[in-house]
Ligand binder design. Structure first.
Ligand code: TEU
Length: 572
């Protein structure tokens, strides 16, 4: 199906995600801030991204680093002021770039005044959160939090349980209550009126809960969270939200929708959402048992194997599974649209996860870039991935800042009765903190991120991996992203072309290939997804190379170099 008829600016755009705490600190308090972003807008413009999504900067006690909002209309002290926010918006608009806010409305902080009033029997907001009375010994149902542990906490003040799908400091709002919905829409309009260009709607698929909150199905080593997502009133709420808020503005809407499949995604599109964020291609890198289960490797191996061996064991991705996930969404949404990311603030570093962050860091980071920017989907770049920033070595449990990782690490240590050192390689492989180490700007103290004490440890490799070095080196990952973004912008076939999935197959299990075709134009993207050369028994690669991560002089006909990426011209 030729989709050029559905041209949209946001299909052609590239989005850059900023995790503001870790981007750039302008005032030396160790925490990144809005002025730090303002100072780096030129860097973003030069890279060639069109949209900037900034993770939450609202007032927050930071139990979940800003995803626990205490006041939606105030900027967190550490991040600066509303004037700084306005300046950021103006600086971006001056450069024809757009700004997306992170909208967290499934829950607030327990320190939000709404929750304080709700827990107070005389507060007048009884029904603003999800409360259940009952014995303090027994939670109302068997739900567990997405961060581990029970999804209910007993509140002594109100003498009742409240639901939290995430941390206990993130109570879920009661969307059944029209007053809650009105208050949220009001707040959204406050930001839309300020002139922002859209929202990235956090965990939006969680807002409608099943009536009666029944127990989830569970077995010895599994727990079905389906009940948490895409509840019975979700699309009614979304349509109401659209009518009350974003439909009245020309904005871009991204829904983070855990638990949605492409059929469900289409319903969000009907509601007015432009793209949904899915997770299937991320899940393919976990072993059996999911993200936080290292059992398939075993504690003894974790404690004794070398780094390279462990990386290979922990990263179990089968390229065919990656293809299945991409294809499922591409074909599943039909004429509609996807976004795609290879890293985010919730994921580990793209090059560590999908490439080789040791021997072939540069080549494999460029391969991942080629993969990301050649799909039929709006690409989302995560800060630092354009530098090939890697996962970090976390020396002790005390260095962990992320609420999810902290909880899971404690459980692993207790369940297996092992010291932190045993699971350290696993934490390097799984923790969200890997994406949250400070942006590496230069080889100066604290990687040029701050003059103070950074809130989270800086990755040791900053003397070699940093933006100053990358900007100076025309062969850097940064410049590769920059050139590829420019190439994509000029290429209708890369943006709008149909996709045909060609490899991997049994003969070439580690070679990816897909074809994009549009109006007689055709490109073939070939990616040698391994640290070894591979000769293809075919003449496909014998075509003009439009783009590649090895210089023409290094290319070798039908033999692909380690992690070589080529975009070939196959037009008739
Ligand atoms: O994430 C929602 C979500 O689905 C997470 O459970 C995600 O799968 C997990 O982080 C993977 O480890 C959003 C935000 O992106 C995340 O940073 C927040 O912690 C979460 O909501 C709660 O607001």
């Amino acid at each position: 199906m030729n989709t050029t008829t559905n041209r949209e600016w946001w299909k052609e755009a590239a989005v850059y995600q900023i995790y503001p705490r870790s981007f750039a600190d302008s005032d030396g308090d160790g925490v990144g801030d809005l002025r730090g972003i303002v100072d780096r807008v030129d860097y973003l413009e030069r890279l060639g991204v069109d949209v900037v999504w900034v993770c939450p900067v609202y007032d927050s006690p930071n139990a979940d680093m800003g995803y626990d909002i205490r006041d939606y209309r105030t900027i967190m002290d550490e991040m600066g002021t509303m004037a700084d926010w306005d300046e950021l918006l103006a600086e971006l608009h001056d450069r024809d770039m757009r700004l997306l806010m992170d909208l967290v409305v499934n829950h607030t902080s327990d320190e939000h005044e709404w929750f304080q009033e709700s827990r107070d029997p005389d507060g007048g907001k009884d029904e603003w959160y999800i409360w259940r009375e009952g014995s303090p010994e027994e939670p109302p149902n068997n739900w567990i939090s997405l961060f581990g542990g029970p999804a209910w906490t007993y509140d002594e003040a109100r003498e009742a349980w409240y639901l939290h799908l995430f941390d206990e400091k993130q109570p879920d709002l009661n969307w059944e209550n029209p007053d809650v919905r009105d208050a949220i829409y009001d707040m959204m309009n406050f930001w839309l009126e300020k002139g922002i260009d859209g929202f990235r709607m956090d965990a939006i698929s969680c807002i409608s809960k099943p009536p009666g909150l029944p127990d989830a199905d569970t077995g010895e080593d599994w727990f079905d969270m389906d009940l948490y997502f895409n509840g019975p009133r979700i699309h009614e709420f979304m349509r109401e939200m659209a009518a009350e808020t974003f439909e009245n503005y020309d904005v871009m809407l991204i829904g983070e929708t855990p638990g949605a499949d492409p059929e469900e995604a289409k319903k969000y599109y009907e509601d007015g959402v432009d793209m949904v964020v899915h997770f299937d291609h991320m899940d393919v890198t976990y072993g059996p048992g999911g993200k936080w289960s290292p059992d398939y490797v075993g504690m003894e191996t974790l404690a004794s194997a070398g780094d390279d061996e462990l990386d290979a064991m922990l990263n179990t991705m089968d390229l065919a599974d990656l293809q299945a996930a991409i294809r499922y969404w591409d074909e599943g949404v039909g004429d509609e649209w996807n976004c795609l990311y290879m890293g985010s603030h919730d994921q580990t570093r793209a090059v560590s996860r999908f490439g080789d962050d040791r021997q072939y860091r540069r080549e494999s980071a460029k391969l991942v870039a080629t993969f990301l920017l050649s799909q039929r989907a709006t690409p989302f770049l995560y800060q630092g991935d354009e530098l090939g920033m890697t996962n970090a070595d976390w020396d002790s449990a005390d260095d962990i800042r992320d609420v999810e990782a902290r909880g899971q690490v404690e459980m692993l240590m207790a369940d297996h009765d092992v010291p932190y050192e045993t699971i350290a390689p696993f934490v390097r492989n799984r923790s969200r903190d890997n994406a949250r180490t400070p942006m590496q700007w230069d080889d100066g103290e604290n990687a040029g991120f701050t003059d103070g004490d950074p809130w989270i440890q800086v990755n040791d490799n900053y003397p070699e991996i940093n933006a100053a070095e990358a900007l100076d080196d025309s062969d850097s990952i940064y410049h590769y992203y920059r050139r590829l973004l420019a190439f994509r912008r000029e290429s209708d076939v890369l943006v709008y072309g149909d996709t045909e999935y060609v490899l991997p197959d049994e003969t070439y299990p580690n070679v990816w290939a897909h074809r994009r075709t549009l109006d007689g134009e055709s490109v073939l993207v070939v990616l040698n997804w391994q640290g070894e050369e591979r000769t293809l028994d075919t003449d496909w690669v014998d075509a003009p190379v439009l783009f590649g991560n090895y210089a023409a002089s290094e290319r070798d006909g039908a033999t692909l170099r380690p992690y070589e990426a080529r975009i070939l011209d196959r037009s008739e």
